[in-house]
Design a binder for this molecule. Structure first.
Ligand code: MLC
Ligand code: AMP
Length: 510
């Protein structure tokens, strides 16, 4: 098996002059230019002391140069650690303390402010558009020695929010990345003739290890967009072939009058994932454009596990069939025994795509695997007679908003710190644009104190914007079952129309 970096080298040999990235202002970086930049960055990282196994944290704008930085880190045997730019001070502090990166790459001008979070030993450097920033301005270092990496060595840490409120760093190996990339490339017949419209963030598995990896390893090109804009994407379709997005991309595109069969004529594939795509959106898209969106299912810890077929029926409301070489089973929540077709249970997965461990959390790693080595996803699913998997809910307390995961516990803990709050429960309720969005249900010591803005104001500085509740409602008490557990399903039902009356997403109750 060849690593992502080795596959990239092959692509440069064959497609050196070809544009790897094309930006909206027309700037292009060729494969050869990205490789040259990668080598320069590998030298700069080496001069900062980065060695195999060291973490390189990256929290910058979405820039094509960041792809070279990612490849440079992997080439050195380093561990790439991308971070959401929306994270605030104390969220960042946690990642820095937990991962202890050797280098933290931020946006130009942020070094000093962020250095306050460094507890020694972290070099804060910056990278901005067009080669600006302190990382590339460093005196030219000696060429970095490429490191022979073990396929089972860590290549990246991606933090996923945890049900206990503490984020868990999923450690992905070179094998995880390379095998999943090769599997998807084959399944979706992706190749050097493809031009991807890339409008996802590159700090999550979807934008980075699905989209970017598939491009850089095949010699394809991509339109590299730093924000989602429906009009821009429709304008790019005549000179593109593939779009990968979250369901919100598709519902927003459907609202744009420019989305027509003619506009999508050059496109060969629309992929959706990260959150449930409603059957309604699937059908509307087909009627409007003639294309059936290909829905797939994945997770940070597992990469992509299931996909509707490229050839064959793409079934609305399902996530398709297990990908080649990946074993998926649906098991009883209590018994852990595999269930027959047609019965709903917890989705479990094993294969070369499944991560090795959670960073610094050996006990969590053990908890989330079965005795025979299957990873327990926490999603509830059911197989039909033809082997198609549908996700019907979640066993984990999770809100997915516009493709971003939000764990209620983290928000509840912050709300509960407010002196007037007795307790709180955060639930995801349907939201027209984002699929679902968090709402805080709060019980106060004194019901007369109820001011939503007071509650929201107290958590705002400590929580990324996308995690902030879209509404706060007050109640005298939270509904509980006989065991004393808060009945979140009841709250979800009760407040289902609080944020408007959106279309019913396929199978989102959980
Ligand atoms: C933005 N905001 C969000 C939000 N995105 N709030 C909740 N949930 C979100 N997803 C906030 C903004 O900060 C802003 O706040 C306000 O909402 C309106 O923003 P916007 O301009 O309308 O949003 P936009 O920038 O257009 O972003 C929407 C989006 C984006 C859908 C394009 O969220 C996005 O790219 N999502 C994809 C996430 C992703 O890649 N997920 C993959 C995870 S991997 P204010 O205060 O300014 O109003 C995974 C595994 C797998 O799940 O299977 O792939
Ligand atoms: P993350 O932990 O951010 O990687 O998010 C992974 C979670 O996203 C999964 O466990 C699912 O709950 C959800 N997910 C991903 N793809 C889909 C899909 N196609 N349909 C429904 N849920 C999905």
């Amino acid at each position: 098996m060849r690593t992502v970096v080795q596959m990239f080298e092959d692509a440069v040999e064959q497609h050196g002059d070809k544009a790897l990235t094309i930006e909206p202002d027309g700037r292009r970086l060729s494969y050869a230019e990205v490789r040259a930049l990668r080598d320069e960055l590998a030298g700069a990282l080496t001069s900062l002391g980065v060695r195999a196994g060291d973490r390189v944290a990256v929290r910058t704008e979405k820039l094509p140069e960041v792809i070279a930085l990612y490849l440079a880190t992997l080439q050195l045997g380093g561990i790439y650690l991308p971070l959401n730019t929306a994270y605030t001070g104390n969220e960042l502090q946690y990642f820095i303390d937990d991962a202890r990166p050797a280098v933290f790459v931020c946006a130009p001008g942020e070094e000093e402010r962020l250095a306050e979070h460094g507890s020694g030993g972290v070099s804060f450097v910056s990278m901005g558009p067009h080669g600006t920033g302190t990382l590339l301005a460093r005196p030219a270092a000696r060429a970095a020695e490429p490191v022979e990496v073990d396929l089972d060595a860590p290549a990246a840490i991606l933090y996923t929010s945890g049900t206990t409120g503490r984020s868990k760093g999923a450690v992905l190996t070179h094998r995880n990345l390379a095998s999943n990339c090769a599997t998807l490339t084959e399944a979706w017949e992706f190749g050097s003739e493809d031009v991807l419209i890339h409008a996802l963030p590159i700090f999550h598995i979807h934008g980075l290890f699905v989209a970017v990896n598939m491009v850089v390893t095949t010699g394809a090109g991509m339109h590299f967009l730093d924000t989602f804009d429906a009009g821009t994407i429709i304008d790019l379709m005549p000179c593109s072939t593939v779009l990968m997005g979250v369901p919100t991309f598709y519902t927003r595109l459907l609202k744009h009058p420019g989305l027509t069969a003619e506009a999508t004529r050059n496109m060969r594939l629309f992929v959706s994932g990260s959150a449930p795509l409603s059957a309604q959106t699937h059908h509307e898209w087909k009627a409007r454009t003639g294309h059936a969106i290909l829905e797939r299912y994945g997770m940070t810890e597992t990469g992509m596990m299931c996909s509707n077929p490229y050839h064959g029926e793409r079934r609305a409301g399902t996530v398709g069939l297990p990908l080649e070489g990946i074993s998926i089973r649906v098991a009883g929540r209590e018994t852990n025994a595999e269930l027959p077709t047609g019965e709903v249970g917890v989705i479990q997965v094993s294969g070369p795509n499944v991560f090795g461990e959670y960073w610094n959390m050996p006990e969590k790693t053990v908890e989330e695997f079965t005795e025979d080595g299957y990873f327990v996803t926490g999603d509830l699913g059911v197989f039909d007679e033809d082997g198609y998997l549908s996700i019907v809910g979640r066993d984990k307390d999770l809100v997915i908003s516009g493709g971003y995961n939000i764990y209620p516990k983290e928000i509840e803990d912050l709300i509960d710190e407010h002196p007037s709050v007795r307790e709180s429960a955060v639930v995801g309720v349907p939201h027209e644009d984002l699929g679902e969005a968090p709402v805080a249900v709060v019980v106060l010591d004194d019901p007369a104190d109820g001011d939503p803005e007071e509650i929201l104001g107290s958590i705002r500085p400590r929580l990324a914007r996308f995690k902030q509740p879209r509404a706060v409602v007050f109640r005298d008490e939270l509904p509980r079952n006989v065991m004393g557990k808060v009945q979140k399903a009841e709250l979800r039902r009760e407040y289902a129309e609080l944020l408007g009356r959106p279309q019913a997403p396929a199978g989102t109750e959980g």
